[in-house]
Design a protein around this ligand. Structure first.
Ligand code: ATP
Length: 512
């Protein structure tokens, strides 16, 4: 198992240099935890969201999407528990005032895993080990709770009743709209409601580039089942033989290493408690692998008893081996009927569904809530795509063709022959109707290929002197550097097949 080849700081530098990601307002010194996406980053991010939506909404009959607002009625956060309980543990330096997250201090300074540690344990560990301020070395205050929600005011006059919050997750908007969506879309259990959108968390110490931000995007789904049909998963056959690296709560308790197991084994040995949970864990894992991520960098880890939220029956994290260790990429929790019940109680609105079979009202259970940060997925795809090719002496960003920000590059071999430039431009304009394409006339052809490789351009098309005679152009593969000669009139067909994964050498006359 080889770790990603870059550190997180090297990845941040690469992303800045190539126009993927910038620190927000860098000209003013930047603002921690906020980032802007550049001309390539916005394309990659949009492609990630598009692929997620396509797989989990468009290609399914049992899931619909919504797009809720960022600011909602503050009671939503009271009911969900965020107003009172969405906190992290904060410690201040008594001298310089620097603030740190208690659990992160323990992980950084004492190299101890903090998953599942209570506030009291964190407090004890910090004082027993006499952990001091990371900035000035002075004494730290005792830990206190800090609510991560950003607050604002709605309307021109600030009063206590005008206070509102930027949403810290997209999920609650799904619960608040549950009944309307279920009825209007005529959904029958089991079904899912999905959403992609911005979330905001006033993280005490944002860090590790896009990993822990204060403004980010989430791709989330609530998958609802009948409360009496927890294990009735008609889709389980699709994933039974699918294998993943598994680290169960039991394995963690006994200090065992993760193990590669199939979903079938996990279910029969009761490692994963419900078939639906197994189904969604495999689907989410498979989505990453299907888009080119390396399965050996992934594992699914079950929350240990103390780590589990009070409402969750079972939670697994899809984790990725980042250069700074195994970290959560996506959380997949069985939230039971907790959220719907909370909203029923606080809003005094009936959010139940009528069950035709039993002729009774029922409150569906969320058997699984897959919750994925878009930017963490962005990092995973970038780390797994990044290759330094020694023979080419440049970086090759081997992003899956569905994710590549720019699919094609069109180059006139020389820039001083008008007919060649015009023909190349015409091809570029024509291809842009179907795919993103870049037109590059600057420098030697080798230099242009290298630039395209670093941007992840999947195929380059070069127009040369011969093109004027034989109406053909050369197509080059980013990943293999293979080149074939293709009739210009057939370019679109060839590129369509190539972008879908066919071998280039099968699609044209190979150039030796
Ligand atoms: P962590 O333990 O890393 O703080 P969490 O358990 O608080 O994560 P969830 O509340 O489960 O995270 O959020 C679901 C997903 O949203 C995470 O798996 C992650 O992909 C993304 N996410 C959460 N917080 C952030 C953040 N500050 N920056 C970027 N992505 C985030």
């Amino acid at each position: 198992m080889d770790k990603p080849k870059l550190t997180i700081d090297e990845m941040a530098a690469f992303c800045k240099r190539k126009g993927f990601v910038y620190l927000n307002s860098e000209i003013y010194g930047g603002i921690a935890g906020f980032f802007d996406f550049g001309h390539l980053g916005v394309e990659l991010k949009n492609n990630i969201k598009k692929e997620w939506w396509k797989t989990f909404v468009h290609q399914r009959d049992d899931v619909v999407g919504i797009d809720g607002s960022i600011i909602t009625h503050p009671m939503v956060w009271k009911a969900s528990g965020h107003a009172d309980g969405f906190t992290d543990i904060l410690v201040d330096c008594k001298k310089c005032g620097s603030r740190f997250r208690g659990d992160q201090l323990i992980e950084d300074k004492l190299k101890i895993e903090t998953a599942g540690m209570s506030m009291e344990e964190i407090s004890k560990k910090l004082s027993e080990n006499k952990v001091k301020c990371l900035k000035c070395g002075n004494e730290l205050s005792s830990p206190k709770r800090f609510n991560l929600m950003f607050s604002t005011h709605v309307g021109p006059i600030e009063t206590s009743s005008s206070a509102a919050f930027l949403r810290p997750e997209t999920a609650q908007v799904i619960f608040a709209n549950f009944r309307l969506v279920a009825e209007n879309a005529r959904l029958k259990l089991p079904f899912g409601i999905a959403q992609i959108g911005k979330s905001f968390r006033n993280e005490i110490s944002p860090r590790d580039f896009l990993f822990r931000m204060r403004e980010f995007e989430q791709m989330e789904m609530e998958y609802f089942v009948h409360p009496d049909k927890y294990d009735d998963c008609p889709l389980i056959d699709e994933v039974l033989d699918y294998e993943m690296n598994i680290l169960s709560a039991e394995m963690q308790k006994n200090s065992k290493k993760m193990q590669k197991l199939s979903v079938k084994e996990c279910i029969s040995k009761k490692i994963i408690k419900t078939k639906w949970h197994g189904y969604w864990l495999a689907q989410m894992h498979r989505w990453f692998v299907g888009l080119g991520a390396d399965p050996s960098h992934f594992r699914i880890r079950q929350h240990v008893k103390d780590e589990l939220s009070h409402y969750a029956l079972d939670t697994w994290d899809l984790e990725y081996e980042f250069p700074f260790g195994w970290k959560e990429l996506q959380g997949l929790s069985n939230r039971t009927d907790f959220d719907l019940k909370q909203h029923i109680e606080h809003s005094k609105t009936d959010l139940s569904l009528f069950d035709e079979e039993s002729k009774k009202k029922i409150i569906p259970h969320v058997i699984c809530e897959p919750s994925q940060g878009v930017e963490r997925a962005f990092l995973v795809f970038m780390f797994d795509a990044y290759h330094f090719d020694k023979s080419r002496d440049n970086v090759v960003l081997k992003l899956h063709p569905k994710l590549a920000p720019v699919k094609l590059g069109v180059f006139p071999l020389v820039s001083n022959k008008k007919e060649i430039v015009e023909l190349a431009k015409k091809i570029h304009n024509d291809l842009k109707e179907c795919w993103t394409s870049t037109f590059d006339t600057g420098g030697s052809i080798g230099r242009r290929y290298a630039r395209a490789d670093e941007m992840g351009v999947y195929a380059c098309i070069t127009v040369d002197f011969e093109s004027l005679e034989d109406n053909s152009a050369t197509v080059r593969s980013r990943d293999t550097t293979e080149q074939v000669r293709v009739k210009i009139s057939e370019l679109k067909d060839v590129l369509e097949k190539f972008l879908k994964g066919e071998r280039l050498s099968k699609l044209g006359k190979v150039v030796e």
